[in-house]
Design a protein around this ligand. Structure first.
Ligand code: MLT
Length: 239
């Protein structure tokens, strides 16, 4: 088994994923929010590349039972029902609903990975459930960090490293890894005991604090809150 980490989606071509499981990570906050929404009973989530795509798709799906969700610069998009804060996606708001979601980095990263053999959504909040699934599958894994504006994001690399370390512990034979996986695992060894502090100090963490969303960072730093494994199939994310 191979475990390769990519710090940004731009590092790989979709064709490179056809024989691997892609694990997409956007800790602050898209994949944490997707995990929260599905754990709280959302029926399905359609990720889109842009806010306009989301509006169009919501019209096609019919607005009944459909919620438009997403952010630009961290804030709810005007006219949308929900932003991208996991704390908004309570069972009261999302149970039984279909969500259409557009975020800056997270949902475009999911589109990049759509050609993979399987696409799994990971965050710190569902880390162990994803690791158990990957250990059972015994397939090569590409851990794809959404990053920020096509650049490295500390919190995604940290989560990728924790995932790779936990998966390595569960596998019978030591997996082969790329250099990015080695770096991510070293970061995770150093940082995983003071996870929230590292997330708060990351560029995305600081930006969220500046707009009054520091509680989201705390929430997204909670490891193994939910034992769910969201998957993207045929444009929809479901459990
Ligand atoms: C993204 O997709 O870029 C993020 O999740 C951004 C955010 O939540 O603020």
């Amino acid at each position: 088994v191979r475990i390769d980490v990519y710090f940004t989606p731009g590092e790989l071509a979709a064709s490179e994923l056809s024989s691997r499981i892609a694990v997409v990570i956007d800790v602050l906050r898209a994949t944490s929010t997707i995990v929260e929404a599905l754990a709280n009973g959302a029926r399905a989530i359609y990720p889109t590349q842009t806010a306009d795509d989301a509006v169009q798709l919501a019209q096609v799906l019919g607005r009944e039972d459909v919620l438009l969700c997403g952010e630009r610069r961290g804030l709810k998009i005007p006219g949308f029902d929900l932003g991208n804060s996991p704390l908004e996606f309570t069972a009261d708001r999302v149970a039984g609903k279909v969500l259409v979601m557009a975020t800056t980095n997270g949902t475009p990263a999911l589109s990049t990975c759509a050609g993979a053999k399987q696409v799994v959504i990971a965050s710190l909040c569902n880390l162990d459930a994803v690791v158990a699934e990957l250990a059972g599958a015994g397939e090569d894994v590409a851990v794809v960090c959404a990053g920020r504006e096509r650049r490295f994001a500390l919190e995604d690399a940290l989560c990728a490293g924790m995932l790779a370390r936990r998966l390595r512990e569960r596998l019978q034979r030591a997996p082969r890894t790329n250099d990015a996986a080695a770096v991510a695992m070293t970061l995770a060894r150093r940082a995983s005991r003071r996870l929230e502090g590292w997330l708060q100090r990351s560029a995305a963490g600081r930006q969220l604090r500046e707009i009054g969303l520091g509680d989201d960072v705390t929430y997204c730093a909670t490891v193994d809150r939910h034992a769910v494994v969201p998957r993207l199939r045929e444009r929809q994310i479901t459990l």
